[in-house]
Design a binder for this molecule. Structure first.
Ligand code: GDD
Ligand code: MN
Length: 435
């Protein structure tokens, strides 16, 4: 069995790059391909020592049908990096099971280029996710990406690396700064590329506006700037995902000329443009949500649970109100029935909130005395909410002349926020004082 059969096991699950410390705490089998252990113990030692030391640079090469390009690219990169970072870099080819078996050709190169690692993905497909899967198994403090078709000139890597070592969090090879350009792109492709950039500036200015070439697929970044973030790119534009979700403070740009493709063909179709729009929207929404969360530090998940419990309270309220006040049932007085129904609903909501919505908090405040205390606070806040509800309803209906049902809905929404916020801050407030 030759070494050439070494393949990396593609990670699965969420797209999240482990911090270097976490990476090296993972059980080492993950990065040691099965085949090695079945061959000679000597190669295990070699691969163990190889796999357990952080290195400076991990460069991912996403490939799909690049059989004619991969050898020359690996050769050029190894030549360059063997001088600059001897034994201190790795090239990670991530191939999506190319019909032209690019992965197999890359595999045969491993014995000649010990810094080369190859991943063959058979379950997943897509440029951006391929890059992230490669970064997930990377051992570098600096992680980067370069296309597998020699359209990105390898020598620019050294300038990108120098920029990172000079303090930048992200270094981007750009076609739109001094020294940058494209060899001979058709006016249509230029228009489409610039058009896409313009659209990006409209939809996502805070991200797209930070670099001159947001479409660039050639860049490197400090691993710590993106480690731990949950990524969810769509399509081609991995750089947008990095800027949109990473902690990127300083960005450096290096001009480069996008070369003509000599072998194979571009995989860009109209589908990539649709995915680009979806990606922009997704980042825009998640940006908004996370800013909202930051501003308000609003625990959305907990609020959703609180809302659901509130909804169950409406049903309980209605059911008890029916049983007590309906002429076909106990036919009690309206107000008395309403007050009892509201109180039963409040107790229902309290029990569910104490167990579910705020379960993690109440579990830190065990004992009946504390529970009763929470129930009393919850009750008072909800009663306050009831008063606020009536006041708001009257204000909106009488003072602003709003439709009674719209006014009631607004009042309910406002009171739900009031109840949630005050109960989070008061009823389920975790104090470390022993009362
Ligand atoms: N693993 C994997 N899976 N690799 C892929 C896939 C895929 O589904 N699709 C494309 N690739 C690889 C290609 O094999 C190539 O190595 C690289 O990703 C870029 O793909 P191309 O199809 O050659 O893209 P392009 O040249 O038209 O556009 C490139 O340059 C643009 C300008 O910088 C890409 O990098 C674009 O992202 C970039 O905007
Ligand atoms: Mn290309």
């Amino acid at each position: 069995m030759t070494e050439s059969s070494i393949l990396l096991i593609p990670p699965s699950g969420i797209l999240q790059i482990p911090a270097l410390t976490d990476y090296f705490q993972q059980p080492f089998q993950q990065s040691i391909p099965q085949t090695v252990s079945q061959t000679n113990p000597q190669s295990i030692e070699q691969s163990v020592s190889l796999n357990f030391a952080p290195i400076t640079l991990s460069l991912v090469i996403p490939t799909y049908n690049e059989a004619k390009n991969i050898h020359r690219l690996v050769q050029q990169l190894a030549q360059l990096l063997d001088q600059k970072l001897p034994k201190n870099y790795e090239l990670i080819v991530v191939d999506d099971d190319s019909p032209d078996r690019t992965w197999e050709i890359a595999q045969t190169l491993v014995h000649e280029y010990p810094q080369l690692r190859v991943m063959r993905r058979q379950q997943e497909r897509g440029l951006s996710t391929a890059v992230i899967r490669g970064w997930q198994v990377a051992r570098g403090e600096v992680i980067g990406v370069i296309d597998g078709d020699l359209q990105h000139p390898p020598e620019v890597l050294l300038q990108l690396l120098a920029a990172i070592q000079g303090g930048a969090d992200l270094a981007v090879a750009s076609r739109h700064v001094e020294g940058g350009g494209v060899s001979d792109w058709s006016p249509t492709r230029r228009f489409l590329s610039r058009g896409a950039q313009f659209l990006g500036l409209l939809i996502l200015p805070r991200v797209v506006g930070r670099v001159s070439d947001p479409m660039s697929g050639y860049f490197m970044l400090r691993r710590s700037a993106i480690a731990g973030q949950i990524l969810s790119p769509v399509g081609y534009k991995i750089l947008l995902e990095v800027i949109g979700r990473g902690n990127i403070e300083t960005i450096a740009e290096v001009g480069y000329v996008f070369q003509e493709r000599l072998e194979g063909e571009s995989k860009v179709t109209w589908k990539q443009y649709v995915e680009y729009l979806r990606h922009l929207t997704r980042l825009r929404l998640s940006g908004k949500l996370s800013r909202l969360r930051q501003h308000l530090n609003w625990p959305i998940g907990r609020f959703m649970r609180f809302g659901l419990v509130g909804l169950s309270g409406v049903f309980v309220d209605m059911a008890v109100f029916y049983l007590l006040s309906d002429p076909s049932a106990l036919n009690w007085a309206l107000t008395r029935s309403k007050i009892i129904a509201a109180e039963v609903a409040i107790i229902n909501n309290f029990l569910w909130n104490d167990r579910w919505t705020f379960g993690d908090l109440s579990s830190k405040q065990q004992g009946w005395r504390k529970r009763i205390k929470r129930l009393v606070k919850f009750n008072l806040i909800c009663l306050g909410g009831l008063i606020l509800n009536v006041l708001l309803l009257n204000l909106l209906f009488n003072a602003f002349g709003l439709n009674r049902y719209v006014a009631n809905l607004i009042a309910i929404a406002a009171v739900t926020l009031w109840n949630f916020w005050l109960n989070l801050k008061l009823s389920w407030r975790v104090t470390d004082t022993k009362s």
